[in-house]
Design a protein around this ligand. Sequence first.
Ligand code: BGC
Length: 749
Amino acid sequence: MKNTFLFCAVFAGISAGAQKPAVSVEAQAAALVKKMTLEEKAGQMTQVTLAVIAKGGWANEDGSIDPAALKKAVVDYKVGSLLNTTAHALPVEIWRNLMKQIQDEVQYTRLKIPVVYGLDAIHGQTYTLGATLFPQNLAMAATRNPALVRQAAKVTAMELRSSGVRWNFAPVLDIGRQPLWSRFPETYGEDVYIVKTMGAAAVKAYEEDGLKNPTAVATSLKHYLGYSASRNGKDRTPIYLPEIELREYYLPQFREAVKTGSASVMVNSSEINGTPVHASRYLLTDVLRKELGFEGVIVTDWEDIKRLHDRHNVAASPREAVVMAVNAGIDMSMVPSDYSFYELLIEAVKKGEVPMSRIDDAVKRILVMKFKLGLFDNPYPEPASFGNFGKPEYQQNALDAAREAMTLLKNQDNILPLHKHKKILVAGPAAQSLSALNGCWSYTWQGNVDKWYPADSRTIFQAFVEKAGAENVFTTTEKGFDSPQNYDANALRKAADRADIIVLCIGENAYAESPGNTRDLALPEEQETLVKTAIMTGKPVILVLTEGRPRFITSVEPGVKGILMAYWSGKKTAEAIADVLYGDYNPNGRLPFTYHRSMGEIVLYDRKPTEEVREVFNDNINTGYDPLYPFGYGLSYTRFVYSDLMLSSEQMKAGGSITVSVKVKNAGERAGKHTVELYTRDLYASITPSMRRLRAFEKISLAPGEEKTISFTLKPEDLAFVNASLKTVTEPGQFEVIIGELKKLFTYL
Ligand code: BGC
C-alpha cells in the first residue's frame, strides 16, 4: 500500500471522469491550495537539507535515514522539499532507496503531497557515485559548442532522474567578469552572448522533454541576479552595480532562460547597492515576475533568509527577515538546517505581516512544479529511468566535451604535438590529482577528495603512460595535489636530466564557493618556483593549466614553449590533455575570458574606448587591452584563413536584417574544428560603445585545403545596448562587423 500513491482521491472532485477535459496543472494546484491549512502551506515553502533527516546528521556517510527525524520533517513540519547530500556522493541505489523512504513517509501526511528533492548537478550528477562528470561551464564555454552543452545536460538529467531526483540547481547563469571570484569556473565566462546562448541551450535540454518524462529535470537558474559582480572578489560580499550595467551584462541571460522555460530560479546570496537580493521586491517581483514574466518557483539560496537578520543586518529579527523575503517574492526557503522558517512564517501570517494571498501564490507555484514533474502520479524513482544511469556512451560524450574545451595558448617552434618516443617528465601538483581536473561540485561539494572519483578516472600522468608507454613517461609527482613532494624543485631538476621535454601540470586544486576565496591571482609561489626550475634545466617546458580562473603566469610565460589551458574539464580531462599534446586530437577551444597579465591589468574584451587608449603623459597609446591572451584566443595544429567578408547590404533598416558572410579555409595539413566569431562595434552611440561585442559564433569542421562560406544574419536587436533611460535600444549610425582581422562597415538607418 505504501508504494501506491492514491492522489486521485484528493482530486476526485476535479479530475474524475475520463470524458471531462484535462484539468490544467494550475487548476489542480489551486484546488489543492484551497484544501491546505496554514501549517501545510508553510511546510511546502520549507526546504531542509539531508543532514536534518540523516542518521548522525552531517557526519552521515551511508545515506541512512533517522526515522524519527524523517517523521519530524515530513509529517510534523510537512516540508515540501529536501536537498543536498551529507558528506559525499552516494551510490545510485542508496539515492533511490532514500527517495522511496521519503515519499513513503509522505503517506502519513493528511494531503500526501510528494516531496521534491533538489541537487546541484552543475557539471554532471555531482552527488551520485559513478555519475559522469562533464567540463565545468567555463570549459564548456571554451568549446563554443552549444550542442555539447545540450548533450551534457541530457546525460545529467538522466543520471539525476535515475537517482530519483527531479530538480537540478543548475544552470549557473552568473557571468565571469570578476576573475578573483571563487565561482568563476561555474560561469560561462565573461561574455554575455555566450552565457545567454549556453545557458538557454542547457535549460532547453533539461526541460524540453516535459518534466514528467524520466529524461527531464526541473532547472533552477542561478544566482539571480548579479551574484558574480562581487566588488572585492570574495564570495557573497557586496556588489555595487549600476542598473545600466546590470541590464547590459547580468539580466539578458535570465531573460532568455525564462523565455526558454525554466521551472525555478535561485536567488543571489549577496547584496546589490546595499539591498540583499533576497529582500528586493524590485528584483524579485517587479523585474523577475512582472518584467521577465517568470511563473516558476523562486527559491532562496542556503540560509539566506536567516542572513537578512544575522549577516546583512537589514532585518531586526529573524521573523522580520522571513516577512521581508516572502513579501519580496520568495516562494521557498532553503532554510536548510532547522524549522525556524516554518515557525516564523506561521507567526508572521497570523500577525498579518504576510498576506495569505502571497502564501497561496508561493504554494501554488511549488505545487505546479510538482504536478509538472509528475510527482503526484508517481513520486518514486522510475524504473524506466534506471537503465539511463552510467551508460557507456556517456564516457564518449564527456571525452568529446573535454577535447573541445582544450585551449592551446602557446606552441612556440611547433614544440607540439609531442612525439611518442620522446622521454617526457610529467610533473607538477596536478600530474597525479583527479580533483585538480574536475574542480568544484565533484562527488563532494569542494570536489577535492580523490577517493570518491570513479576507479577508471585517469590522472594526467596515467593518460600519458597509456598514450606513450611507461618507458617514455615518468614523474616526480605523488598522488594528490598538495603532497609536499609535488613541489620539490630539486627532484624536478634532477629528473629533468632524463627528459627530452617537461610537461608541467600546474594550476588550482578543486574548490567551491568561499573556501575558494583567494587573496591573489598570482600563481602560488611554490608553483612559480617549479616552473622557473623547469625552465632553468634548459629542457623545453610545456605548461598544462588545470584551473578554475586565470592565475597569472606572466612571469614564466616567456620561458615556456607550450601552454595548454585545460580548465576543470571533468572525467576525461586527462585523456583530452594527452590527446591534444600528442596530436591525436587537434585543439579548437577558445578562451571564454581574458587571460590577464596582472592584477593592475584587468580589462575585459568588450572594453570601452577610454580603456582601449592608455594615456601616458598625453601620448595616446592603444594598449589598454593588452592581456597575456585575449578573449577568444586559441591555437590549432592547422591554419584557418578568412577571406571575402561580405555584407548583403551596407544598410540595415529598422525591422530588417543583413547577412554577413565570410570564407574560411583550412590552409594547413590537418583536419580541424574552428569557431568563427562575429563581433560588431558601434562607432558612436549615446552611451559610450564597447570596442567590440561578440554577436554570433559558429563552429565548423574543415578538412585540409577545404573552404566553406559561413553566413550570419544580423538584426537590429543583435546590435542593441542599454541606454541612459535603461531601455534596450539600437541607435541609427555606423557599425563595424569584425571577423578575425577582416572588417566591414554598414549603417543602421
Ligand atoms: C550555493 C548554491 C547551491 C546551494 C545548495 C549554496 O551554497 O550557493 O549554488 O545550489 O548551496 O547546495
